[in-house]
Design a protein around this ligand. Sequence first.
Ligand code: GUN
Ligand code: ZN
Length: 438
Amino acid sequence: TVRTITALRGHVFQFSGDPFCDNPAEALTDWSDGLVVTENGKITAVGDAAELLKTLPDDAVVHDHSGQFILPGFVDCHVHYPQTEVIASYGAQLIEWLNTYTFPAESKFGDIEYARRAADVYLQQSFANGITSASVYCTIHPESVDALFEQAARYNMRIAAGKVMMDRNAPENLRDTAQTGYDQSKALLEKWHGQGRALYSITPRFAPTSTPEQMEATGALWKEHPEVLLQTHTSENRQELEWVGELYPEHPDYVGVYEHFGLLGKGCILGHGIYLNDREKSLIHETGTSIAHCPTSNTFIGSGLFDVRGSHFTHEPISVGLATDVGGGSSFSMLTTMRTAYEVAQLQGYSLHPVQAYYLATVGSAKALYQENRIGNIKVGMEADFAIIDPLSTPLIRHRMAYANNVIEQLFIQMILGDDRAIAATYVDGKRVYSQAA
Ligand code: GUN
Ligand code: ZN
């Protein structure tokens, strides 16, 4: 058998604990001249370069990222790849935004060639921003799902994705039925889940675009296939909340609709969760459901402010990951997404610690996907996905970094001032998939 030993040398960062505690900085471990050794897509050693270099065989390839930060690849736990073409659409809040921009864009994805090109654009944008895993919404067209998984398979990327199900309150050409939504999702999950690193996520868009019959069929499908994930939206916008109350009058609240149909549980990722009541929060906690915090989307479409402090510092904490939510989100940059998460917390009187922000973008999102033993951290046995940050990527950052007192401040400067220019390279499955042009 061929052994492919590749090592990355640079300033290596690892999460050794959960930073949502009294002393967040203690959750971070770093090696300023560190080495990460990988073999066939898995991490086999992490530590000081001086020591580990001696253990490498002569034919090992060492990528020199000295002076750069080696971080776990970012995990975007909620994104819509077909909406890449409508990112930065002006002047509408959620429901109007969906009808005006999103649905027309999504209607094109029955054409598999179109979908393939869009999937490629999406993946290149993700890699250029250090994103190595994501939980992705496709469209109602099975072709849109095949296209994305096919493109991601070229990199053996750990990607989760699913066919959107909608059987009401959407244009005719974007509706399936309870039966076809079930049948197509089942066929797709049998085809793709577990192929290489692919994961299937059952994807009912949100309660307003599914009839109770479709919700029922969705719950049945997840019960038959508990090994796959499930993703949907909840409690993003006040008008949406009111609408759900009208469409599902017999349920106590929005999350209660998903509860009723068996859609909560480990591996369920609910997008947004801004206006949750205490009952809903308890349910999310008890069932092991996660929330995808999408700060650039929540500010850009004017939805509201997610309470990241309240979800962690309570006797019933909620699992939270960080997400771009493109095209409602306004950036593919996870650094910009962290910056906006910081700003959203600031507006609520809480200063999100930089170690907490990076944790949400890596371990937090990996936990939302129930993949934290495989992705989101740099530890022996985990998969070899990395984001490499050039900490001096612009004149302003270079100037500011000269005044940083420690590594925590350096990380904070990157998330506040950095963007795609700060991503020097991205590795997926031990191989370089992106490198910034010199
Ligand atoms: N709610 C239902 N669909 C969507 C979507 O595509 N984007 C966002 N941000 N919210 C949604
Ligand atoms: Zn979304």
